[in-house]
Design a protein around this ligand. Structure first.
Ligand code: FES
Ligand code: FES
Length: 171
């Protein structure tokens, strides 16, 4: 019954808890912290619905134990918007209608944010490869690819100095 003490920062708030060593990170996030935006589609590391960021890098939270997150920072899809404003990747998914039932969406968004950090101007194949661990049962991949490319373009244009962006030839 004795748990293992952990301290984890989740969406900028520090939590200290005792957890069973076998508790998965996704269970901890949903059942202890209440971050039910992080979903469980398979809990066998296939679907990607549980994807979160651990210290800024995407991980499938069903593949980790909560104790492994001790001392680390977790960001869930619920921690992305700031001051009521959607994260640019969330906004792009909205803009491009990149969801149908929405079940895969939190994981897709978390994975996509990580993807464009590594590939700031991804072509379609790069997006599809980068999201191969995230499954959409509604198979709406086309608009997901568009959304990721849109968010990548916005991120790179907002990173340009004003003089460069004014000559950048917006589409
Ligand atoms: S619930 Fe984690 S990969 Fe499916
Ligand atoms: S939108 Fe339904 S699973 Fe992807």
């Amino acid at each position: 019954m004795a748990g293992t003490p952990i301290t984890v920062t989740v969406d900028d708030v520090a939590y200290s808890d005792d957890v069973e060593p076998r508790m998965l990170l996704v269970q901890y996030l949903r059942e202890r912290v209440g971050k039910t935006g992080t979903l469980i589609g398979c809990d066998t590391s296939n679907c990607g619905a549980c994807t979160v960021h651990l210290d800024g890098t995407s991980v499938k939270s069903c593949t980790m134990f909560a104790v492994q997150a001790d001392g680390h920072e977790v960001t869930t899809v619920e921690g992305l918007s700031k001051n009521g404003e959607l994260h640019p990747m969330q906004a792009a998914f909205h803009e491009c209608h990149a969801l149908q039932c929405g079940f895969c969406t939190p994981g897709m968004i978390m994975q996509s944010i990580d993807l464009i950090k590594e590939h700031p101007d991804p072509d379609e194949e790069t997006v599809r490869n980068g999201l191969e661990g995230n499954l959409c049962r509604c198979t709406g991949y086309q608009n997901i690819v568009k959304a990721v490319q849109m968010a990548a373009k916005e991120a790179s244009s907002s990173a340009q100095p004003a003089s460069a962006s004014s000559t950048g030839g917006a589409i």
